[in-house]
Design a protein around this ligand. Structure first.
Ligand code: GLC
Length: 552
């Protein structure tokens, strides 16, 4: 099949996120690997995705699931070799699937050669200047330079024993780089070229909003004085979303545009929605994740407002939309939608309660998730899917404390169970050891006993299964995809589609209509040829929590 030439492929692509350590394990050590990905390309081809985004597969001590990178230009030996990477890339390309790799520029791991050199070289050295070191407060520097907290809980500064401390916005093992240092900037350009030269099609940029910082304050502002990042919209927050980022990503764009077709990029930027366009501009990364749907509950008005706002924003910037419901950082959307509040705030409240509340209704969650996914796939722009959502996987709550890996859990003991529940290795075959994840029983996170019920081989060819729904939806989407336009069909879809109602109906060019009933009672089914529905339709009725695609 191969890749069709198309420099704009990223505008409308369905991108499937592979979290490599949990996708497929070829050698039985319990850790998914690159050969595992290669062995499952057929699954991705049959699913009908346009691209995969690989979360980090670089050497790492896994203090933060691989986002603590020891060397950005190498493969973790447990996951394979650069040759394995090349084979995987070629196999995906042959299947017509593009490849995006994850770049983690805000920090390295504490095992990176630069960080080791920084520790060895001592205060004031050029080696320390690649990171953010500061003298501690107090007579012997025994107090941290400020009281800031890191994202995973606990202090954001770590002492190194000579009166200095280094900044880590994430785990202790993830020292922040100093992006005012030209060597740091050069090195990342080298990394981008390294992967682009190997043939990767694009990059996902990890916490793209944090690179530039202003720590010139003396003393540094206290945590209480620091405003919330998404509330500062003028680029002056000391720790993120700063103006200097424009220049950094303009340099990256120059590298991307030196290739044919130009390499694509998508920013992970948790900033105010009004600031997102700064990352998505064509002179910058080109696209930025829109996490609005992922943070919304299953509610027609919320969805409507988010779609309108984002379509207007991309119309202004010339970027295209990105729609996301799940990824490796949040509670899976089947589970979020099964919560009594419909999943507001990433389902974090559920995690905070230890993930054991009996209030999750998985049947309802799946029904809503299938409806929301079909809606998302009908929107103009690109759709990002997270591995396993095509099986309707739920968040796994039953992971013993001693099996947990996420630093969030360790830094906030017993308070936040963290993100392991969405990273449990995939079930491929119901009756096999490790449910077909690997050749033997090993699995780096425990799989629950009922995991096999959701396995690929249980759903393959089964009408109405979530896997077959995704396959059919992606096939139709490819056929029906036209210009990036959408018209709301409020009047035609009847009373329930009025503002404040429970139905969202819209038409895409070429007569492709998508209607979602967010309510629990059925509504009249609008006219048109039924192409696909997320749940069985009644006679002339669109049941509750269901999306239907029609052609007219
Ligand atoms: C991003 C990643 C997350 C990681 C963090 C630090 O938010 O998605 O998994 O923990 O960055 O690299």
């Amino acid at each position: 099949m191969g890749l069709a030439p198309d420099k704009d492929w990223w505008r409308h692509a369905v991108v499937y996120q592979v979290y490599p350590r949990s996708f497929a394990d070829s050698d039985g050590d319990g850790i998914g690997d690159l050969r595992g990905v290669t062995s499952r390309v057929d699954h991705l081809r049959r699913l009908g995705v346009d691209a995969v985004w690989l979360s980090p597969f670089y050497p790492s001590a896994l203090a933060d699931g691989g986002y603590d990178v020891d060397d950005h230009r190498a493969v973790d030996p447990r996951l394979g070799t650069l040759d394995d990477f090349d084979t995987m890339l070629a196999t995906l390309h042959d299947a017509g699937i593009r490849v995006i790799v994850d770049i983690v520029p805000n920090h390295t791991s504490d095992r990176h050669e630069w960080f080791r050199a920084a520790l060895a070289a001592g205060p004031g050295s050029p080696e320390r200047d690649r990171y953010i070191f500061r003298d501690g407060l107090g007579p012997n520097g025994e107090q941290p330079p400020s009281d800031w907290q890191c994202m995973f809980g606990g202090p954001a500064w770590e002492p190194v024993g000579d009166g200095q401390w280094y900044l880590h916005l994430f785990a202790i093992e993830q020292p922040d780089l100093n992006w005012s240092n030209p060597e740091v900037r050069e090195d990342f350009l080298k990394t981008l070229r390294f992967w682009a030269d190997r043939g990767v099609d694009g990059f996902r940029v990890d916490v793209a909003h944090h690179l530039a910082k202003d720590l010139s304050g003396d003393p540094l502002p206290s945590a209480a004085e620091l405003p919330l990042l998404h509330e500062v919209v003028d680029g002056t927050h000391p720790l993120g979303d700063r103006e200097e980022l424009t220049e950094i990503y303009a340099d990256w764009r120059e590298v991307f545009n030196a290739y044919s077709p130009p390499r694509a990029a998508v920013a992970e930027a948790w900033v105010a929605p009004t600031r997102r366009h700064r990352y998505a501009q064509p002179t910058g990364l080109g696209q930025a994740f829109n996490f609005d749907l992922l943070q919304a509950s299953f509610d027609a008005s919320e969805f409507r407002e988010i779609v309108d706002r984002n379509l207007a924003a991309t119309a202004e910037t010339g970027s295209s939309n990105t729609w996301v419901l799940s990824n490796h950082d949040v509670v899976r959307h089947v589970t979020r939608y099964g919560l009594p509040d419909g999943g507001r705030d990433l389902g974090r409240g559920w995690l905070l309660s230890g993930g054991v509340t009996p209030d999750v209704d998985p049947v309802r969650g799946l029904r809503r998730a299938r409806a929301a996914t079909m809606l998302l796939l009908a929107l103009p722009g690109s759709a990002y899917l997270y591995q396993g959502e095509e099986l309707g996987l739920v968040e796994v709550a039953e992971i013993d404390d001693d099996a947990r890996q996420d630093p969030t859990f360790f830094r906030s003991p017993g308070v936040d169970v963290g993100r392991d529940g969405c990273r449990v290795p995939l079930p491929w075959a119901a009756g096999a050891p490790s449910y077909g994840f690997g050749p033997g029983p090993a699995s780096h996170l425990p799989q629950p006993e009922w995991w096999g019920e959701l396995a690929v081989d249980r759903q393959d060819g089964v009408p109405g299964s979530t896997l077959e729904l995704y396959r059919a939806a992606l096939r139709l989407r490819r056929e029906l995809q036209g210009a990036e336009e959408l018209t709301w069909l409020d009047a035609e879809a009847g009373e329930a589609a009025a503002p404040g109602g429970t139905v969202l109906a819209f038409e895409r060019p070429g007569g492709w209509v998508s209607v979602t009933n967010f309510g629990s009672a059925g509504v009249p089914l609008p006219a048109g040829e039924v192409l696909l529905s997320s749940s069985d339709l009644g006679d002339g009725v669109l049941p509750g929590e269901t999306t239907v695609w029609l052609r007219r």
